[in-house]
Design a protein around this ligand. Sequence first.
Ligand SMILES: [Fe+2]
Ligand SMILES: [Fe+2]
Length: 204
Amino acid sequence: MLKVKMKKAINKQLNAELYSSYLYLSMSAYFESVNLKGFANWMNVQAQEELSHAMKFYNFILERGGKVILSNIDPPQTEWNSPLAAFEHVYKHEQKVTSLINSLVDLSISEGDHATNSFLRWFVTEQVEEEASADEVVEKLKLSGKSAGGLFMIDRELAQRVFAPPTAQTQVEVNKTSGIWQQELSGIMNIIPGGKNDKETTNL
Ligand SMILES: [Fe+2]
Ligand SMILES: [Fe+2]
């Protein structure tokens, strides 16, 4: 069962994730309006990801026997001066969300809520990725300067992004990990006498 203080804080974070989704959808609409379809796609996928984050919090509150309270979502900004200005906004926003997640983790510790603390770990890792992917685009845009060719190339690259629901992401991570583990295992087998790759022993 969630304690009152924790439940309030998670409901607030649910609203923050919905706002993030709203903000990125607004950025997607802005990029559509300036005919940068790849940028619009990236933001659209980002908006879907944020919605899935909101649903993670939604489901967690229910699982812990709490009541979900939805509140107003602030209207997001609708115009940006340039693609760079929009992506700098994403980067800044994600840094703010990281600090919100960190505060939630702090609260889970002070409340002695281990289940919430464990649940939040996924978000701590996710925020590292969120900041890094926004910063990557910021840096690319800075490098391309005002060159139309550079912008076109980035637009083509951002058009490739597809939405993967968190469960699928987790599965990919599991697959990646087991792949690395298999490689390591095969390396270990090379040096263990009698291992499957130890030719001398196999030949005996
Ligand atoms: Fe998020
Ligand atoms: Fe995010």
